[in-house]
Design a protein around this ligand. Structure first.
Ligand SMILES: C[S@@+](CC[C@H](N)C(=O)[O-])C[C@H]1O[C@@H](n2cnc3c(N)ncnc32)[C@H](O)[C@@H]1O
Length: 170
């Protein structure tokens, strides 16, 4: 009985989300500052973290940029609950955490979209959506995995012994 509840509430949602974009593997905490530096290279008013996990990136960006409206969206219920509890304990007026698939969000509404997605999902699902919906100035910021085949301008921020952060604009 308890095992079935555990499967239904924890394992199944995590597995489904893992197959949709990526399983939960967080951005390394020591890279949060680098993500912030990349975001601040261009004026951003609306920031989306697609698959926010525990929302560490969303929190960091919202905390350091009170003028940016930050949305974190998460499909796996356990991760959403963690992110939501964090946002209730440490509320930030410019941060919203939403439960659902990021594929249901319109990219048009955002200047910067951050994600840590598996290469296959990035290529086959996220990039076509980005091409369809993003504004000319919208940036797709991908942690670790590159988007080298995608049309547009790609810039990669590399640092020794650190993960690369890739930024695509149309
Ligand atoms: C690799 S983790 C990255 C988490 C977070 N962005 C970070 O960098 O710390 C990917 C996250 O995306 C979530 N996810 C997978 N598919 C999703 C979808 N379609 N919509 C929203 N979130 C999704 C997973 O549950 C997981 O938490």
């Amino acid at each position: 009985m308890w095992w079935s509840i555990f499967m239904l509430c924890i394992l199944v949602p995590l597995a489904l989300a893992g197959g949709s974009l990526a399983p939960w593997v967080p951005t390394v905490s020591s890279d949060l500052r680098r993500v912030q530096d990349v975001v601040s290279t261009k004026k951003t008013r609306r920031f989306l973290e697609f698959g926010c996990g525990d929302a560490r990136v969303s929190h960091y960006i919202a905390k350091h940029n009170p003028d940016i409206k930050v949305t974190g969206i998460e499909l796996a219920l356990p991760m959403f609950v963690i992110a939501k509890i964090k946002s209730l304990i440490w509320p930030l007026p410019n941060l919203t955490i939403e439960f659902w698939s990021g594929f249901k969000k319109n990219f048009w509404d955002f200047d910067s979209i951050y994600l840590f997605a598996m290469p296959d999902s990035l290529k086959k699902k996220v990039l076509p959506k980005f091409e369809r919906e993003a504004q000319k100035w919208t940036r797709l910021i991908s942690y670790v995995f590159s988007m080298s085949d995608a049309p547009g301008t790609l810039k990669s921020y590399e640092e020794r012994d650190k993960k690369t952060i890739h930024v695509l604009t149309r």
